[in-house]
Design a protein around this ligand. Structure first.
Ligand code: NAD
Length: 250
């Protein structure tokens, strides 16, 4: 029996890309999955795929940028499955603009989802785990852009750098409750968030050591490891899943 068997894990942004592949993999490894997304149709599709693979899952519609909706997600999960062992705070968006056009609306839109969404997930999940006396695991999706600047990404850089530090700071404060916090920092992953411009995608692909975009399954497998017993000594760290992106310059 898999070590994740019966563990109740929430995946935000489960409707697409990294979240979708991670929800599927964790379910195949035996976890009970709550597929959370503001795109209800996409989240339902993932649940159907999990059930078709003999896994256990349900969906919950939530906008992670809204604290009350994330609190609702956590409460509902415990009502539905009886406990909460983990959350993958992964939902995110991009909105690329030069800094001098980075008006407050464009700035806050990305901060609200990518930074505050992760905070709400960490906060409400950790409070519930402490209440239930569960020594759970929190995994956050940061980015290579949490540690390196990119043109047009002031909002995204700021949010992902915050995720890297919230992962450390949260790990430090939650350690006394037995709760572990870790993160992944993906390079460029072949998901809909990249948009459809093939020329741009080829340019981004060339920045990895092996010259290709990374498949979302490759991030999912690292996230699944972070939830596993084998990763219990990884705490506060954000692991690059970037095919060397951060390690060289062309
Ligand atoms: N694809 C990449 O190259 C890449 C690189 C580094 C980091 N990331 C990060 O990985 C995470 C997942 O991205 P992806 O590439 O799988 O993108 P994606 O667009 O394929 O999936 C994102 C999912 O999040 C959902 N979502 C967006 N905003 C939401 C909100 N406010 N509330 C609830 N759900 C919401 C979307 O509906 C979608 O299903 C994001 O945090 C992103 O910043 C992606």
């Amino acid at each position: 029996m898999s070590e994740l068997h019966g563990k109740v894990i929430i995946v935000t942004g489960a409707g697409s890309g990294i979240g979708r592949e991670t929800a599927l993999l964790l379910a195949v490894q035996g976890a009970f999955i709550v597929a959370a997304d503001f795109n209800e149709i996409a989240a339902k599709e993932v649940v159907s795929l999990i059930e078709a693979a003999s896994g256990t899952a349900d969906f919950y519609k939530a906008d992670v940028s809204k604290g009350d909706e994330v609190k609702g997600l956590i409460d509902w999960t415990v009502e539905r499955f009886g406990t909460l062992n983990g959350i993958f705070n992964n939902a995110g968006i991009g909105l690329v603009k030069p800094f001098l056009e980075m008006d407050p609306e464009s700035y806050h839109r990305v901060i609200n989802v990518n930074q505050h969404g992760v905070y709400y997930g960490m906060y409400y999940a950790a409070k519930k785990m402490v209440e239930l006396q569960v020594e759970g695991t929190i995994v956050n999706t940061a980015s290579i852009y949490g540690t390196m600047a990119a043109v047009g990404s002031f909002n995204y850089n700021a949010a992902k750098a915050a995720v890297v530090m919230m992962t450390k700071s949260g790990a430090l404060e939650l350690a006394e409750h037995g709760i572990r916090v870790a993160g992944v920092a993906p390079g460029f992953i072949d998901t809909p968030i990249l948009g459809g411009n093939e020329e741009r995608k080829n340019r981004l692909a060339a920045q990895h050591m092996r010259g290709k975009l990374i498949q979302p399954k490759k991030v999912a497998s690292v996230v699944a490891f972070l939830f596993s017993e084998g990763a219990t000594a990884i705490n506060g760290q954000t692991i690059p899943v970037d095919d060397g992106y951060l390690s060289f310059k062309k």
